[in-house]
Design a protein around this ligand. Sequence first.
Ligand SMILES: Nc1ncnc2c1ncn2[C@@H]1O[C@H](COP(=O)(O)OP(=O)(O)O)[C@@H](O)[C@H]1O
Ligand SMILES: [Mg+2]
Length: 237
Amino acid sequence: MIEIRGVRKAYGDHTAVDGLNLEVRDGEIFGFIGPNGAGKTTTIKMTVGLLRPNAGAVLVNGIDVAADPLRAKMEMGYVPDTPDVYEKLTGMQFINFMSDAYQVPTGVRGERVRELADAFELTDALGDLIESYSHGMRQKTVLIAALVHQPRVWVLDEPLVGLDPKAAFTLKAMMRRHADGGNSVFFSTHILEVAEKLCDRVGIIVKGKLVACGTLDELRDGANETLESFFLDLIEP
Ligand SMILES: Nc1ncnc2c1ncn2[C@@H]1O[C@H](COP(=O)(O)OP(=O)(O)O)[C@@H](O)[C@H]1O
Ligand SMILES: [Mg+2]
């Protein structure tokens, strides 16, 4: 579970996130959508402890991210918006490095990595240098590295970008399974059809403020419209 409470973040005199409140419950996939520059990535970085809010707090499974960052980070698997990885490592070396950071016991590591790498069809490339990887392969590497410590809370910033259709399908199925197991998935996306099909609830952020939040039925409020038309009406009334 993620509780974002009155969080604000300014870069200089530009307020990127402005008093945001939202909750990602256990057992749900929560989609975070909004125009470019709305504040999604800033919110996500505050959630995972990469940025410190100017005001407010984020709790992950009840742990205050600013007060107890290491313990909070152990609860989370985070995939950043760009898969920046160490080019001079092999995929396997990078995954091992991340597994060390998250203290994944070596005894269970092999099996977990094998399962994830098989699911994403990356097994054969794990021994190659990351500099030779395509964008999609880097994205898969980052995903595997983020999930190998089996975090209960997944925080994914535009995780489908660059994935081929099969890998995207695999990831969406994994997200569903993870949430159905009683865990939380918080992800941002530009693909409204994905949000519409996959999410239990969505939040829409515009200029740093949450302007709508709820299940799709709640957002539609009886109207028979797609998330796309709701979203476009909302941002360009
Ligand atoms: N490191 C930074 N320094 C200054 N401004 C930033 C920085 N990161 C983001 N911003 C600004 O903050 C706003 C929100 O950005 P961001 O959180 O990346 O939005 P989104 O992920 O929704 O596209 C934008 O106006 C962006 O230009
Ligand atoms: Mg972003």
